[in-house]
Ligand binder design. Structure first.
Ligand SMILES: Nc1nc2c(c(=O)[nH]1)N[C@H]1C(S)=C(S)[C@@H](COP(=O)(O)OP(=O)(O)OC[C@H]3O[C@@H](n4cnc5c(=O)[nH]c(N)nc54)[C@H](O)[C@@H]3O)O[C@H]1N2
Ligand SMILES: Nc1nc2c(c(=O)[nH]1)N[C@H]1C(S)=C(S)[C@@H](COP(=O)(O)OP(=O)(O)OC[C@H]3O[C@@H](n4cnc5c(=O)[nH]c(N)nc54)[C@H](O)[C@@H]3O)O[C@H]1N2
Ligand code: SF4
Ligand SMILES: [Mo]
Length: 670
């Protein structure tokens, strides 16, 4: 059969937002490869997406709506028509609304697709319905709050500026898994002479790309940054001139905060020896353009926002924000490129409804009253696997009186608890508009193959539900492409000067958001706010994480794997095989002390629950830390629970974020 190459975009929650070329034969995608013309993709994809066609045409794809026939969680269903599914949902919701009010219904969605139109398709619908609102705080709101406290809305550098750096710090980022295109540039910079540091809590694969691996105690990076600043100032290496012009509060930071962080104390808090701290401070201060790429792991602690805020102060002290190739990249903010209010339609909400934090779904399902949650509508998310406190979530999902609808591509852990499952299209079957959070690219994608089976996009599904509920609002009748046309017709300052023809034609275009060589700080004071008078704590300091002195001796790292993305890609046998098994990595000393051998089944336990893993004994993990990677589906877990049965519903200091890394466990042979 003749084939044709069509452009698309990777829809997953990854900073790269790669450009895809899809070879299509008839109704099938037969090959997927990286767009060589895409500025950051440069023709190569990660191992997950290199065979995306195996996900799209997986034998596990859901192709028909399903009605539950067995107990919740059993996975027993029978096929029904879309008509029956939609009518049943509308009927059940009418009953719930009549008895409890619409706030008894909660949407639950996150980032199965990052495309703006499909990702946000439910917002207008649930606003119109008057449902409870979801605070989507599972990923990195603490990181954002920390950066904002210092840098306000200042644009981050372009990621390829790293090529101009002579010292690159991969700080709390497993770039070999989560930022491969950036890491490729880091490798180039290193070949040209740059030094690379990897700062983590265990030896991740990213360490192989670095000259130095610096391991810190989980949740202690704020102390590390303060200690480095103290040493830099003490050695007379601070860039006083830069600080005078561009920073607010340097004298206060220097005199009121830094004296509390002498190297002896910082060595104790972080586990990094004093001599090493001194060498690091000197190298950082003497580098011509030190570049920090900050990941999100260290923000998922009780002190996460303050940690990030403190790290964001460090480049100011050496004037690195003023140097090409220097500074700080936590992520790019491209949200202002499109008129989001056209998508979210908050104006459809008659009165503001209550807001429920997605990290606390367990509490919300089990304990909420006035009204209790009586229905959950899950789309492009897998809360039974990805949400903290899995036992609480599963208890909630098991409630017989909870009416659960799951719109999914696969029979996930969550879908097994649904009363009705609706089949979802993949990104190749739907149109969307994408923006990146690691680069400044935006790109439009049109459907490149027809829907698999009877699957429908998020937007099409909400259109059906709106019709069944009699919503008299033309917005819901617009197609995805019409809505994208509308978004592209609203001029936004961030899109000024972009090549609109290229964008319309489906090519990646870069926003001119960051103008090279221009030093501007979009904060209330117009300067870097080392001291921020609007914060409850105007100056940064070290806050201990939740588990600073926990009852459980081993700190649990819930790391990422190159072969999955959160709970996505577990449908793929090839990728699961590469992950090998749901393992728990332990230090040889910790293993020996507990009588645990390599390859043995072990139970990790804490107040939240107990999870069975396969032990992997390795010196790559320091004493006192244990590591598991990936968010496995229960179907493939050694026991009946996965990692999030060990994580808690506690939140971050700012931003109400998740604290996935801030948990202690004890481990014993199973
Ligand atoms: N292959 C793959 N790619 C992904 C994902 C995936 O699951 N797999 N997830 C996607 C999503 S949703 C996101 S948000 C991003 C996240 O991308 P990253 O920010 O890279 O990943 P995180 O797991 O959040 O954290 C990265 C690292 O932080 C380390 N870490 C944990 N605690 C600390 C600490 O206290 N100090 C220091 N210095 N390091 C610490 C962890 O060990 C881990 O190596 O990646 C996206 N891309
Ligand atoms: N232990 C632990 N837990 C974590 C993390 C961790 O590192 N460790 N990471 C956390 C982070 S950073 C995040 S962002 C969250 C992510 O949480 P989620 O966004 O829930 O992530 P996924 O597990 O990828 O689930 C997305 C689901 O959407 C489905 N899907 C994809 N496209 C579409 C579509 O177009 N329509 C519909 N209806 N469905 C679609 C996919 O099949 C998939 O099952 O997980 C968090 N949970
Ligand atoms: S690197 Fe990220 S954006 Fe690129 S193909 Fe892989 S998951 Fe998608
Ligand atoms: Mo995330």
């Amino acid at each position: 059969m003749p084939s044709e190459i069509r452009r698309s975009v990777c829809p997953y929650d990854c900073p790269d937002t790669c450009g895809l070329l899809v070879e299509v034969a008839g109704a099938r995608a037969v090959r997927v490869f990286g767009d060589p013309e895409h500025p950051s993709t440069r023709g190569f994809l990660c191992p997950k997406m290199a065979h995306y066609e195996r996900t799209v045409h997986s034998p596990r794809r859901l192709t028909r709506p399903l009605l539950r026939t067995g107990p919740k969680g059993s996975g027993l269903f029978r096929e029904i028509s879309w008509d029956e599914a939609v009518t049943t949902i509308a009927e059940r919701w009418r009953e719930i609304i009549a008895r409890y009010g619409a706030q008894a219904i909660l949407p639950y969605s996150y980032a199965g697709t990052m495309g703006l139109v499909q990702r946000n398709a439910g917002h207008p619908f649930f606003h119109y319905l008057g449902a409870s609102r979801l605070e989507r705080a599972i990923c990195s709101p603490a990181k954002e709050a920390g950066i904002k406290a210092v840098l306000g809305e200042s644009p981050a550098p372009r990621f390829d500026e790293v090529l101009e750096s002579d010292l690159i710090i991969l700080w709390g980022i497993n770039a070999a898994a989560t930022s491969i295109h950036f890491l490729d540039l880091v490798t180039t910079a290193r070949k040209r002479g740059a030094t690379v540091w990897c700062l983590d809590t265990y030896e991740t694969p990213t360490a192989a790309a670095a000259d130095e691996l610096i391991l810190v105690r989980p949740g202690s990076d704020g102390a590390l940054a303060l200690g480095l600043m103290q040493l830099i100032v003490r050695e007379g290496l601070a860039d006083e001139q830069f600080l005078l012009v561009h920073a607010q509060g340097y004298p206060e930071l220097r005199d009121q905060v830094l004296p509390d962080y002498p190297p002896e104390r910082v060595a104790e808090l972080t586990g990094v020896p004093k001599e090493r701290l001194e060498a690091m401070a000197r190298s950082y201060a003497l580098a011509k353009a030190p570049f920090i790429r900050l990941g999100s792991g260290l923000s998922r602690y009780g002190n996460g926002a303050m940690t990030v805020r403190t790290i964001a102060c460090l480049p100011a002290v050496v004037g690195a924000y003023g140097k090409k190739g220097g500074g700080f990249l936590g992520g790019t903010s491209t949200g202002g490129a499109f008129a989001m209010e056209e998508l979210l339609r908050e104006d459809f909400m008659k009165t503001p409804t209550r807001v429920i934090n997605m990290n606390r779904l367990g509490q919300a399902l089990n304990r909420l009253t006035d009204p209790p949650l009586m229905s959950l509508y899950v789309y492009h998310s897998n809360p039974a696997a990805v949400t903290p406190d899995q036992n609480a979530v599963l208890r909630g999902l098991s409630r017989d009186d909870l009416f659960t609808v799951v719109h999914e591509r696969f029979m996930t852990d969550t879908a097994r608890y649904a009363d009705i499952v609706l089949p979802a299209t993949s990104s190749l079957e739907q149109s969307d508009l994408y923006r990146s959070y690691g680069t400044y690219c935006v790109q439009r994608a049109r459907a490149v193959i027809p829907a698999v089976g009877e699957s429908r996009s998020n937007r099409e599904t909400f259109a059906l539900l709106a019709e069944a509920l009699g919503f008299d609002e033309p917005f819901f009748r617009q197609s995805s492409d019409e809505l994208i046309d509308r978004l592209l017709s609203v001029p936004m300052p961030l899109r000024e000067g972009v090549d609109t023809d290229a964008l319309a034609a489906g090519r990646a275009v870069e926003l001119p958001a960051y103008r090279q060589g221009e030093l501007r700080f979009l904060t209330p004071s117009g300067r870097i706010e080392l001291l921020n008078p609007l914060e409850a704590q105007p100056l940064p300091c070290f806050l201990p994480p939740h588990e600073h002195q926990g009852r459980f001796p081993l700190k649990l790292m819930t790391g990422v794997t190159p072969f999955a993305l959160n709970g996505s890609f577990y449908e793929r046998d090839d990728l699961r095989e590469k992950q090998q098994e749901m393992s728990l990595k332990l230090n040889p000393g910790d293993a020996a002390a507990r009588g645990i051998g390599d390859g043995q089944a072990v139970l990790a336990a804490n107040d939240q629950g107990e999870v069975l893993f396969i032990a992997r004994v390795t010196p790559k993990v320091p004493a006192g830390v244990v590591v598991t990677e990936g968010v496995w589906w229960l179907e493939f877990a050694p026991g009946d629970r996965s990692v999030n049965a060990l994580t808690s519903q506690r939140l971050t200091d700012r931003g109400n974020g998740s604290t996935f890394y801030d948990n202690g466990v004890e481990v014993r042979p199973a």
